[in-house]
Design a protein around this ligand. Sequence first.
Ligand SMILES: Nc1ncnc2c1ncn2[C@@H]1O[C@H](COP(=O)(O)OP(=O)(O)OP(=O)(O)O)[C@@H](O)[C@H]1O
Ligand SMILES: [Mg+2]
Length: 260
Amino acid sequence: MAKTKKSTYHKNFKTSDSKLNKDTTDQNPILEVRDLKKLYQMGQMTLVALDSIQLKIYSGQFIVILGASGSGKSTLLNLIGGLDKPSEGLVLFRGNDIHKGDDEDLTRFRREHVGFVFQFYNLIPSLTALENIQLVTDLKSDSMNESEALDIVGVLDRKDHFPSQLSGGQQQRVAIARAIVKKPEIILCDEPTGALDFKTGRLVLEALSNVNKDLGTTTIIITHNESISEIADRIIRIKDGRIFSDDRNTKKKQIDEISW
Ligand SMILES: Nc1ncnc2c1ncn2[C@@H]1O[C@H](COP(=O)(O)OP(=O)(O)OP(=O)(O)O)[C@@H](O)[C@H]1O
Ligand SMILES: [Mg+2]
């Protein structure tokens, strides 16, 4: 049994700033990245996966990150979510450096504040949809009800089905329910529609958008799909490990207005 230790992040924890205007920058960022760098040593060669990344992300924003394969998108998301450690620079969550503590602190940060959604849903095949979600709620005391999470993403009627009995889109929505059930402030999605057809992909985006609107969850989605960026509040483009552009989307579309 892992020993429990008081979180260093809770002292600045606030729950209601999703009500603030997410487009204003006069509030404190929920996440801030300063001079972030990630290097990989490949024999004699040093590969610079990310360099000089500066970012301020505000509570409630719905952000899409675009960039060519190998540009550093997943590396950035993994550093922001505490799945990996930077070579240099800081990732601040509500002003606290998430990489400052030990592995246990980082695990606690992920568990309490971040939900992850990946391209391949990573559900446990021998557990039903509901049981897959219960695994997470067992780890956090103030989670929402499992059925409520499944309802938000529109798959409550499938709660007793095993992953093999669900379509790709349904499995991904169960994965989103699993990510949101612990009421994280941030949800990080790495190509969540990458394995899905257009119609199913839109259902998944709808689920993510509803979570963002209803719960105010700060949402970051990585995609190769330019169309998906049209529904974002903010579009960040990464090129060769650097931020190439970072724009507010003034022509934000509804999900039923986009296609690919
Ligand atoms: N563990 C690792 N060891 C060595 N190099 C790595 C490692 N992880 C990523 N890289 C390299 O870092 C760079 C950025 O990779 P990353 O996975 O972030 O790209 P990406 O933008 O997510 O690409 P894709 O769109 O194909 O998923 C690439 O050149 C990749 O080969
Ligand atoms: Mg990637």
